[in-house]
Design a protein around this ligand. Structure first.
Ligand SMILES: *[C@@H]1O[C@H](CO)[C@@H](O)[C@H](O)[C@H]1NC(C)=O
Ligand SMILES: *[C@@H]1O[C@H](CO)[C@@H](O)[C@H](O)[C@H]1NC(C)=O
Ligand SMILES: *[C@@H]1O[C@H](CO)[C@@H](O)[C@H](O)[C@H]1NC(C)=O
Ligand SMILES: *[C@@H]1O[C@H](CO)[C@@H](O)[C@H](O)[C@H]1NC(C)=O
Ligand SMILES: *[C@@H]1O[C@H](CO)[C@@H](O)[C@H](O)[C@H]1NC(C)=O
Ligand SMILES: *[C@@H]1O[C@H](CO)[C@@H](O)[C@H](O)[C@H]1NC(C)=O
Length: 308
């Protein structure tokens, strides 16, 4: 038995440990605001936007959402497009909008950046500066940024740090041209099975065709159903070529893969009216609006899938 005074000291020491873990915000950052951060990665100055959510509490573990911009776009535009800093959709997770070199990402033909290292360096910095909920780090992105989201999911290291993935109008480039988009083998080396994957694609997409492309930028783009089914197979879902089809809106079908506990681990959403856009009912930067908002669906999906 400890004497009362000793118990009190123990309690004090514990409280001090807890408050030491409750880190304060880095210089220049504040709740509800977005800040531009410069970080050295692979010997180069890189930048990312960080947005601190309204419900941020330094004493709590905070989740992280990465949002990668499309080709020819930038981090500011991606913040506007993906709305992950809109408190109506996300009031709890730190949103990170990294800036790609030459406005694109590793994995896009001709790009020589080490963006896997860039993401690793951002994650290491965040985990140093904040009490990050390391089971709740998620990634999304549009077009080339959707492709890079898939590259992260396929990476043997980062797929073990990021819990779930949601590309929008993703450009899933495969080296070499002249493929059959319906059957091409998709290189992928994830660290684990049961990787949660949610994709959105428009049938009117003329940039990254739903049917795939045997030669874009001298590379191959898989047909979207083939790509989704390949994830269902990689995730070892039962009958990976079979999905349950349901309606989201009059022009949007949801293809759900998996059964039982795995139901919905891979989901592909097809909008027959959507072009190469981020689905949003209000204008957020893309050419057209859609019949639904992708962002709250993505956040709900993310919250279902912490790392186990
Ligand atoms: C962030 O800062 C860098 C370096 O000053 C600058 O080049 C870049 O345009 C800034 N990004 C944004 C989104 O303001
Ligand atoms: C991002 O792109 C927008 C639209 O082209 C432009 O107005 C803005 O200055 C760009 N921001 C940065 C930091 O380059
Ligand atoms: C960016 O573009 C320049 C000019 O085309 C090129 O020299 C450089 O290799 C590109 N950087 C990356 C990381 O691909
Ligand atoms: C494939 O990409 C090329 C080059 O961007 C483009 O001209 C062609 O229309 C695309 N084909 C399809 C089916 O989208
Ligand atoms: C889901 O199944 C339907 C019916 O077989 C098929 O037409 C559709 O392409 C499938 N969707 C995906 C994403 O595989
Ligand atoms: C989706 O809705 C359309 C139009 O309302 C309807 O024709 C179609 O049968 C529905 N499909 C499914 C799978 O519910």
């Amino acid at each position: 038995m400890f004497p009362e005074a000793f118990k009190y000291l123990l309690l004090l020491a514990t409280l001090q440990l807890v408050s030491a873990a409750a880190k304060t915000l880095p210089q220049g950052q504040s709740i509800g605001a977005t800040t531009n951060v410069t970080i050295q990665s692979s010997g180069i100055d890189r930048t990312y936007l960080i947005s601190i959510p309204p419900k941020f509490d330094a004493g709590d573990l905070t989740p992280v959402i990465f949002s990668f911009h499309g080709g020819e776009e930038n981090a500011t535009e991606q913040q506007e497009l993906s709305q992950f800093s809109n408190s109506e959709f996300n009031d709890f997770a730190i949103a990170i909008y990294p800036q790609g070199i030459n406005k694109t990402w590793q994995g896009v033909p001709g790009d020589s950046a080490n963006d896997l290292q860039f993401v690793t360096d951002i994650l290491d910095q965040l985990e140093q500066q904040f009490s990050i909920d390391t089971a709740r780090i998620w990634a999304s992105g549009k077009s080339d940024g959707g492709g890079f989201t898939n590259t992260l999911a396929c990476d043997s290291t980062l797929s073990a740090r990021i819990a779930a993935f949601a590309p929008v109008s993703g450009a899933f480039y495969i080296p070499g041209s002249g493929c059959d988009p319906e059957t091409v083998t998709i290189p992928c080396n994830p660290a684990r099975t049961r990787i949660p994957m949610l994709e959105f694609h428009g049938l009117k997409d003329k940039t990254v065709s739903y049917a795939g492309n045997s030669s874009r930028k001298n590379a191959c783009l898989p047909a979207i159903p083939h790509w989704a089914q390949a994830w269902a197979a990689r995730d070892e879902l039962a009958n990976p070529t079979v999905n349950v089809t349901s309606n989201l809106t009059a022009d949007t079908l949801v293809y759900t893969f998996g059964t039982g506990a795995d139901e919905g681990l891979v989901v592909q959403v097809t909008d027959s009216k959507l072009a190469h856009d981020w689905p949003s009912t209000v204008p957020v930067g893309d050419k057209e609006t859609a019949s639904f908002n992708a962002t709250p669906i993505i956040i709900e999906f993310f919250q279902k899938y912490p790392l186990l």
